[in-house]
Design a protein around this ligand. Structure first.
Ligand SMILES: [Zn+2]
Length: 63
């Protein structure tokens, strides 16, 4: 399943869904992407996926 990811610029907070107006925050998902992992957010109400520019670097855990 490959949903469209909407890129969002965060001002003070990212809590309200820009697509449907749901106000109670997001589920998280992680997607492997060119040597890192993107940290994406899914609206629990409309299921749109948002990218606010967060990314995790591998390897995880102790260096
Ligand atoms: Zn929504």
């Amino acid at each position: 399943m490959d949903h469209k990811v909407t890129v969002v610029t965060v001002e003070d907070e990212f809590r309200i869904c820009p697509a449907c107006g749901y106000e109670d925050g997001f589920h998280s998902m992680f997607k492997r992407d060119n040597g890192g992992v993107k940290w994406l957010f899914i609206c629990p109400a409309c299921h749109n996926i948002f990218d606010i520019g967060q990314r995790l670097k591998e390897p995880f855990g102790d260096p």
